[in-house]
Every structure is written in structure tokens, then in C-alpha cells.
Ligand binder design. Structure first.
Ligand SMILES: Cc1ncc(COP(=O)(O)O)c(C=O)c1O
Length: 419
């Protein structure tokens, strides 16, 4: 690795300077974007290997190119480990990221115009769950259920059932990008069974928390398909995977390749295999539990200090702070003020947000990355107070400079793995 870095430094100083700057940024500030994490040094090593040179279209034992004796080993390791960690009958580890992973899953079972029942985007669903601006939203007919903000964001399953009976979806989809609760998978399954639909859970955000047995696993509830990114709470490289029952394996594999993608990124698959080895350890279970404990403490501290959380608390690793209600500014401004003190969050729409997506009413905050650094409940209390205090002191340059110094001082005590 060091030799490779030295070459990069020597042969492309501009690129190298940006790399060093990014390392410094990641080290000196607190990362609270819920979809980000610090990956393992071993993952960084695997990503930078000669597996990136190899074309491996097809699947282990059935490839379109020769020279696959080692790529078959790593893909089988990744698939077998994925099945073990997620208690799944089949795994496809080739999706290049979360969006193509969901596209491949839909395209395996749906015809254009078919209906999918999915979560409303402003209530927590992801763009690939049928946003009008995504191609998926143009190809398929997405019908959206909502959460109940006045009931801690819980889902009204009587309403979901009514929608399912009316619209006859082919897939009942649950999963989210900004929803701080856990799901009752049994209820989704009952509704899907009643209307003859497949069940699909996109657990991209909580894949690591499920792997670490800290949250419910849809596969334990008989779900047909589960998709997850590998780079969020799972701590792996950027990628996606599809878990499914054996009976769906052929449709899923054909849909990923040759349906949607060409050659898999074998260096990423090597890194995914390593990630899943880590995910099966007792240490990872502890990590997953700590992510949840940290989120609970951070949410409680924010609320105790005047923060209005959209669901009044959290069951997972994230929370959505309504910044308009809490401190009278929109999420865009809040994100910028926190950036100034090296606390990184992201602006976030809230349920039925009256504001536009680029100037929404809140920010999204999460604990996977800070927990990876070893931060615990004491740091969460500190950060929760600092977040509200900083937002209240926006515009006070002296205050912000002092706070940034304090944040950087805190970070020095918690090294970033891999840097
Ligand atoms: C629930 C969910 N699904 C899919 C994706 C898409 O993943 P990617 O950004 O890797 O395409 C995300 C990313 O934020 C997500 O949160």
C-alpha cells in the first residue's frame, strides 16, 4: 500500500493532494451522516488489488472468460458468508451499488407498468423506491404508504392493507433511507400474502445492524427478497447485494447478469467477502449494539436540549431533526452551520415537507461512523448538546471557531481506522 501511495504521490501530485485533504477531513471532524462509515483497512487493501484487472462475467463455475480460479474463490466466499450472516438461502453479491441492486430486483419479477407498494419518499423511502425523478418511477407504478408522524412514525397497517387490496401490487416493498423506526415484517408479509404479492425489504441502511443481530431480519419472517448496500452500517466497500429464497435465485441472478450489468467488480467482491467475515464475529455484534445505544443517547440528548425529532425517538441508528421547529432554520442552513464546526450531517426532507428538497425542514443524523471510531455514550451526550448549541449560535463567528476547535480536539482521541 505504501509503495502504491508513493507512486501516486510522485506521478499525480494534484490527485494525491486531494486524497490527503480528504483523509484529513475524515480524521478531524465527526461524521454523523447515517449512510456513511469508515471501512476496514483490509477492505481498502482488497479494493486496491489486482482483482480489479479481471473480467468475470457470469457466476462461479459458469463464466464467459477464462482464468477464473481465484475469482471463483472470492465470489463463493462472499456468497456463502452472505447466506450465513443473513440466514438466506441465496445471495447475489455482484450489484455495483444500491441503486442497480434494487433495479435488478424489480426487473427480475416485474413488467413495465406493474405496481409496487412502497413507502412514501418524504416519510423515509429511497429514490429507487419510485421517485418520479428516478427511471424506476417511470417504468413501474409505485403506490405509496405513509407513516403516522403523530404516532411516533409507526405505520398504519390497516391503511397499507386497504391500499394493497385496492391496487393489487406485485411487490410489497418496505425499506427506508430516513425512517428512524424498525418494521413489523410480519404485518407486511400477511398483507402481501393476502394479495399474492412478493415481499421485498431494502435494508440498505440497517444491513449491518441486522448482520450484527441488533435489529430484526426480514429473512426470518419469510421475506422473498432482501437487498442491502454494503457500505453503510455493514462497513464494507461501496456495493450492493441481493438475498433471496432458493426459488428466486435464478430470476435474480439472470436479472443482475446479463439483464442489467456486465462484468462484476471483483476487487469489490473481494472486499465484500472480507466485510462479511468481520460481520460474523462477536465484535461486530457488539459494534451493532453500540450503534443503537449511541443513537438512543444522541436522540435523547437532542430532545432534552430542545431538539424536535420527527418520530420523537429512534429504534435504529438514525434520527431526523426538524430544524425549523427546533431552532427556526431550514435543513440546508443547519447542515452548513454544522459543517463549519466539523460536524457533518445532511439536509433531509421531513414527512409531507412544505419546503423543497434542496431547502428541506430538517437534517438527518446517525451513529454508525462515530461508533466505528470508538465513540460512546459520553461523546453522544457531548455531541447532542453541541449540535443544538451550535445551531443556536449560528452567525457568531467567534463561537463557531471555538466550537470547531473543541470538535477537532474530541476527534483526536478517536483515530479513524485505515488512515
Ligand atoms: C434504502 C436505500 N436503498 C438504496 C440506496 C442506493 O444506494 P447507492 O447510493 O449505493 O446507489 C440507498 C442509498 O442511500 C438507500 O438508502
Amino acid at each position: 500500500m505504501d509503495a502504491h501511495r508513493a507512486l501516486l504521490q510522485q506521478n499525480d501530485p494534484d490527485l494525491y493532494a486531494a486524497l490527503v485533504g480528504e483523509e484529513q477531513r475524515q480524521r478531524s471532524g465527526v461524521e454523523l451522516i447515517p449512510s456513511e462509515n469508515y471501512t476496514y483497512p483490509e477492505v481498502l487493501a482488497a479494493l486496491g488489488t489486482v482483482f480489479t484487472n479481471k473480467y468475470s462475467e457470469g457466476y462461479p463455475g459458469r463464466r464467459y472468460y477464462g482464468g477464473q480460479e481465484y475469482t471463483d474463490v472470492i465470489e463463493n466466499l462472499a456468497r456463502n458468508r452472505a447466506c450465513a450472516v443473513f440466514r438466506s438461502e441465496h445471495a447475489n453479491v455482484q450489484p455495483l451499488s444500491g441503486s442497480p441492486m434494487n433495479q435488478a430486483a424489480y426487473l427480475a419479477f416485474l413488467e413495465p407498468g406493474d405496481t409496487v407498494l412502497a413507502m412514501d419518499l418524504s416519510h423515509g423511502g429511497h429514490l429507487t423506491h419510485g421517485a418520479p425523478v428516478s427511471h424506476m418511477g417511470r417504468i413501474f407504478n409505485f403506490v405509496r404508504y405513509k407513516t403516522q408522524p403523530d404516532k411516533e412514525g409507526r405505520i398504519d397497517f390497516a391503511e397499507v392493507r386497504k391500499m394493497a387490496l385496492e391496487t393489487k401490487p406485485k411487490i410489497v416493498l418496505c425499506g427506508y433511507t430516513s425512517y428512524p423506526r424498525d418494521y413489523d415484517y410480519d404485518e407486511f408479509k400477511k398483507i402481501a400474502d393476502e394479495v399474492g404479492a412478493l415481499t421485498m425489504a431494502d435494508v440498505s441502511h440497517i444491513g449491518g445492524l441486522i448482520a450484527g443481530d441488533a435489529m430484526r431480519n426480514p429473512m426470518d419472517y419469510g421475506f422473498d427478497i432482501m437487498t442491502t448496500t454494503t457500505h453503510k452500517s455493514l462497513r464494507g466497500p461501496r456495493g450492493g447485494m441481493i438475498l433471496c429464497k432458493k426459488g428466486h435465485a435464478q430470476a435474480i441472478d439472470k436479472s443482475v447478469f446479463p439483464g442489467l450489468q456486465g462484468g462484476p467488480h471483483m476487487n469489490t467482491i473481494a472486499a465484500v467477502a472480507y466485510t462479511l467475515k468481520e460481520a460474523a464475529t462477536p465484535d461486530f455484534k457488539t459494534y451493532a449494539r453500540n450503534v443503537l445505544a449511541n443513537a438512543k443517547t444522541l436522540a435523547k440528548t437532542l430532545m432534552e436540549n430542545g431538539g424536535a425529532l420527527v418520530t420523537g425517538g429512534t429504534d435504529n441508528h438514525m434520527m431526523v431533526l426538524n430544524t425549523v421547529e427546533s431552532v427556526g432554520i431550514d435543513g440546508k442552513e443547519a447542515e452548513k452551520v454544522l459543517d463549519e464546526v466539523a460536524i457533518t450531517t445532511n439536509k433531509q426532507i421531513i414527512p409531507d415537507d412544505p419546503n423543497p428538497p434542496l431547502r428541506p425542514s430538517g437534517i438527518r443524523i446517525g451513529t454508525p461512523a462515530a461508533t466505528t471510531r470508538g465513540m460512546g455514550e459520553a461523546e453522544m451526550v457531548q455531541l447532542g448538546r453541541w449540535i443544538i448549541d451550535t445551531l443556536q449560535h449560528r452567525g457568531d463567528a467567534g463561537y463557531l471557531a471555538k466550537r470547531r476547535g473543541e470538535v477537532e480536539e474530541l476527534c483526536r482521541g478517536f483515530p479513524v481506522p485505515g488512515i
